[in-house]
Ligand binder design. Sequence first.
Ligand code: SF4
Length: 256
Amino acid sequence: MAGTSQNNFHAVSLSGGKDSTAMLLLMIERDMPIDMVLYADTGMEFPEMYDHLAKLDAYLYEQRGIHITVLRHPKGFEYLMFDEPKVKPSSIENRLRLGVPLYGNGWPGIRVRWCTGALKTKLIDKEVKRLKGELGAIHYIGIAYDEACRCKGERYPLVEWGITEAQALQICYDRGYDFGGLYEIYNRASCWCCPFQRIGELRKLRKHHPELWAKLMELDDRAGKQFGPGPLGQFKKDWSVLRLEERFAQEDSTAA
Ligand code: SF4
């Protein structure tokens, strides 16, 4: 475990979700040093999440005089999905063989989960590496006690304090951070367009965020046209967003 000297630089990773929010709120309350709070914005978060981050940023500034440092891929999710040119000879050869266009990564899949790396982990890891190298930074990550198996050599205050995911959410609620009700509806609060979310979460997306559902239908239609029926053009195995729309509409009419 890294040292805790007050002379170190203290960098906090924030995902915006309940665990990292609870960690940040408690670190502030417990007078722990915080020099930088890093957040990687995929550009595909729920509007309620952006409101939550703005509120948290205002509190952080009021308490510690710093703002959240937002990291973004220079071109973003849709560019990576539809427009990024393939340059590796093996990728080009593979795509030519499959008759798939030479640009765009398509929908993220189990085997090629490009989004997490390009839009989150690479950005955070690069900045943390720089801060460690230049300033000897200690890096704090908001993993809850019940997820302690994911810890890997950084500082994990919630684990150290024995705070579970359920407790983390309650800590946020108790301090007036309700995420605009996101956790009342969904089990998760990351990208609304994530193809790895369960069908039940997508059913709720259609019901509670119809404008995002409409955007998801557009993205999937575009992916299908650009990449065809293979994995790159496939939102979920066996399900296009259009087929899900038909399924959910059918369920609605049966329930009516
Ligand atoms: S939430 Fe889903 S879409 Fe967003 S970065 Fe993570 S895996 Fe990709």
